[in-house]
Write a protein that binds this ligand. Structure first.
Ligand code: ZN
Length: 71
């Protein structure tokens, strides 16, 4: 997986992490879903698990800039 070494904005150090997604009693890393969001009466937005990629996000220690990859 590509890992940025320094912040493209301020050259600060990039620290690995992920965006926390809080659901019904569960906490998970956010996923990237291919395609447009399609509204669902039951779940808010329809999703296709097989088309999803877990997102890893790097954060700059100095300025807070976020850079995400869905590998
Ligand atoms: Zn920065």
């Amino acid at each position: 997986m590509h890992q940025p070494t320094n912040c493209p904005k301020c050259e600060g150090r990039m620290v690995t992490g992920f965006i926390v997604d809080i659901g019904y009693g569960a906490v998970a890393a956010s996923n990237w879903q291919e395609g447009e969001p399609k509204k669902s009466f039951w779940t808010g937005v329809k999703q296709v698990k097989s088309q999803q990629h877990e997102i890893t996000t790097w954060r700059c220690e100095r300025c807070g800039f976020l850079e995400s990859y869905a590998a």
